[in-house]
Each structure stands twice: as C-alpha cells, then as structure tokens.
Ligand binder design. Sequence first.
Ligand code: HEM
Length: 467
Amino acid sequence: MTETDPENQNPSLLRRIRARLVPDAHPADDRGRMRMVLDSLILHLHPPKVPDRTLKWTYTWGLGGLSAVLMLILGATGAILLNNYTPSAPQAYLDILELRSNVWFGELVRNLHHWSANLLVIIAVLHLLRVFLTGSYRAPRELNWLIGVGMLLLVLAANFTGYLLPWDQLAYWAITVGTGILSYIPLVGEWLSRLVLGGPEVGASTLLNFYSLHISFIPLLIFGLMSFHFWRVRKDGGLTLPRRIDETEEPRVERLTTIPHLVRKELVFALVWIAAILIFAMLVPAPLEDIANPGLSPNPAKAPWYFLGLQELLLHFHPLVAGIILPGLAMLGIFLLPFIDINTASVGIYFRSRRGRSLSLLALGLAILLTPLWVLLDEFILDWSAWLPSWPSLITNGLIPMTVVLLPLILIDDWAQKHLRADLEERILFLVIFLFTAFGILTAIGIFFRGPGMNLYWPWLMPEVVH
Ligand code: HEM
C-alpha cells in the first residue's frame, strides 16, 4: 500500500482510533498491518486505556493473568499428550512410559502439563484471595465472582480427572480415596460414587469417564467461562481501583494507553513465568509410580493433595459433618459473600481498614496457633465416643466437636463486635481469614504430617511413626 492509496486518505475507523491511542501507529507495510491486527486483538481483550493505578504489581500480583497463562500452557501441552495416550488399562500406563523414553520431548511436555496443573490450583486460589481481600467481589462484580468460583471448581475437577490418567499406583489409590469421600453424601452418595466411577470401584470405565471429561467437557467449559470472565472485567468498568487504607477521598485517576503500557508489562510477566515453569519442568520430573495394582493398597493411601484438608477433616469429624455440612456451609458462604458483604466504600483497599488489618493479623495468628493444637488434642486426648458410649456417633463425633470448634469463633466474633466495634465487613474478613488459614494448615498436615495408617508423624523421621 502506498501513501496515495485511497485507504490512506480515508483511514478506517479502527485505524483512526488506533492512531489516537497508539502514538507510533503508521501501518503502511506488511509489518504495520500485522501489528494492527495484533493490536486490535489486544483491544478486544482490554479497554484502550487503563487507570495507571491498576498497573501496580502489588495490587493484583498478576494472579488472574498467570492463571490464564497456565490454562494456555495446559491447553497446548494437553493437545500434544492426547496424541500419545490410550485411555484403557494397562495401555495408559505403557503409553506414559513410552512418552517418557521414546517420544521427542515427551517427558518435558508431560512435566510441563503436570506442574502447570498443580500450580494453577494454587494460583487460582491466591487470585480468589486477592479479590476477597480487596473487596473486589462487591457490586457490580458479583456475577464475575460467581463465574470465578465456578472456574475454580472446574479447575479442581480437571485436576482430579487428570490425576487418574497415568494409571499408576499413586493415581489409582488417590482417586479411590478421593471418590470414597463422595459416598458419604447421605441418600445419593453411593449412587453418585457409582456414577462417577462407572462401577463399584475404580476400573476401566472410570478411566474412560475421567478421560472424556478431562479432554472435552471440562476444558471447553473453563475456556468458555474464561472468555466470559474477561469480558465481564471490561463490562464491570475494568479492575477495581487500588486505594490506600487512609485514602478517604475519591482517588485521582490518570489513564494510560493499554498499548504499550499494560501489554508490555503483561508480556514480560508471561515470558518470565513461562521461562521459570519451563526450567522447573526440565529439572523436576512429574511423579510416576508402578502400574496400578487394585490388590495392593499403599500405606498411607491419600487423596490428591488439594483434597487433603478435606480428608484431614474426615479424620476428626463424623463423615456427614466433615464431608457434607462443613464443605456445604463453606461453599454456600463463598457463593453468598458478594450479597452479604456489600459495602462498596472500601473496595480496592487491602484489608478494608486499619481495624480490618489488625483483625486479619489476629485471625492469622489464632489460626496458626489453634489449628495444630486442636488436631493434637483431638488425636490424643478428646475421645467423645468413648466418654459417651451410648450416644449416637453423629453427636459424639460430629455435633460435639463441631460445637467445640465453632464456639470460640462465635465468642471472638462477639468480642470483636462489642469491644472493637468491628462492622460486618471486618467481622467477615476475620472469619474468612481464620477459616482459610485453618484449612490451609489442615491441608499441610495432611500432606506432610500424616504417615502410615494416617497417623501423625514427623516426615523427617520417615518411615517411623512417632507415637
Ligand atoms: C482459571 C481461573 C481464573 C482466571 C484465568 C482468571 C482471570 C482473571 C483476570 C486476568 C482478571 C483481571 C486481572 C487480575 O485480577 O489479575 C480477573 C479478575 C477477576 N477475577 Fe478472575 N480468574 C480466574 C479465577 C477466579 C476466581 C476463582 C475468582 C473468585 C471466585 C475470580 C474472580 C475475579 C473477579 C471478581 C475479578 C475482578 C477483580 C477486580 O475488578 O479487581 N476469578 N480474573
């Protein structure tokens, strides 16, 4: 195209917008045209201008963007793995062996897929936490919060279904224990467990069920929801504006063009993370044990690590309480959060207020102190079933310990309300940080401190059990 082209004399709307937003825009040749296509793609994802404040790393920590990068790595590596995998036992295991030794970069692709999947669980939870701590789920972002919760559940489902595919001992028994939790659901538990497993236990049908869910339904749904999630961020007026704790007035907003200011940062961030994950995947192989053997259960048999908090709860409470009531209440709370905690005045402020910050520290400290203490007490001293032998176990092993755990929380909440004059949003902050930290500690105990027989043990004394 030359300078005398009619298109140049009468530039298109897109070209005119671009010329105003991107200072060095003059796409006269092929490279320029390529850039224009790329820019308009970027401007589909982002608004043309963004507030300079939202570009600060220390606000979002790039966690949503990193979740998206991980999803892309998973999609790309998953598509490659698909070509070297047969979803039937024992061929599935043999395919993984073949992939590791005889397929070019096969092991690297598998490692990348494995580590990205596990990292995604952590990063998506941290992203949820960032959104919570800055109150960014409040109006008008309620729907996007709900979509986010849906995506997190799907990410867990994708991880869980993928866990079985290598068909090794680790996969077989983790899924056996994990799906075992389902059967605790009253009335429909057994039926649901059979439906998921495709039979009475983990077997060929389970592998096929999990494989088809893992490669089609779940990823399609996640990518679909992701597009909707990004669109909603734009539709809701972009990210919430970060504000300091003592900033009472409306913040002064200066807007910068997305290209190059935001895009350059995103690109550097994505490339650094991709490089780090690549190096990690080159150095640390994804685990692969012996081929699955339904007759030989490992000791201990643990669920996948992200369900170990739940498995730990099951060691302390009646299954109805640990498997249904507590997780059900937690999920309900997460879903309802944007409709209960509605004060938009503190949106964008980490920890809401000075009092909120102190309460958060208190919640963190108490959870770190009380959770291991309670685990030890319950393991070695409290034995309600032995003390009240004629009472039903739902009471001795369920309602009594649940009251013992929840009562102090209710008392602290009452104290914070009366003596610190904490308002609803600060009390919710306290409660969520306490419960979140406690669940994290239970998960860590399940991962590191449960040994043979699911007894407590010191990992550095492996394989000895300390009591
Ligand atoms: C695959 C999982 C996810 C991806 C790829 C993703 C991606 C993103 C991105 C890129 C942003 C904008 C930048 C940022 O905040 O980092 C964002 C914002 C947001 N996300 Fe997510 N997200 C995911 C999961 C979640 C979850 C689990 C939640 C909460 C339950 C959530 C709720 C939100 C909300 C409410 C916003 C708007 C925040 C604001 O305006 O400050 N997302 N997400």
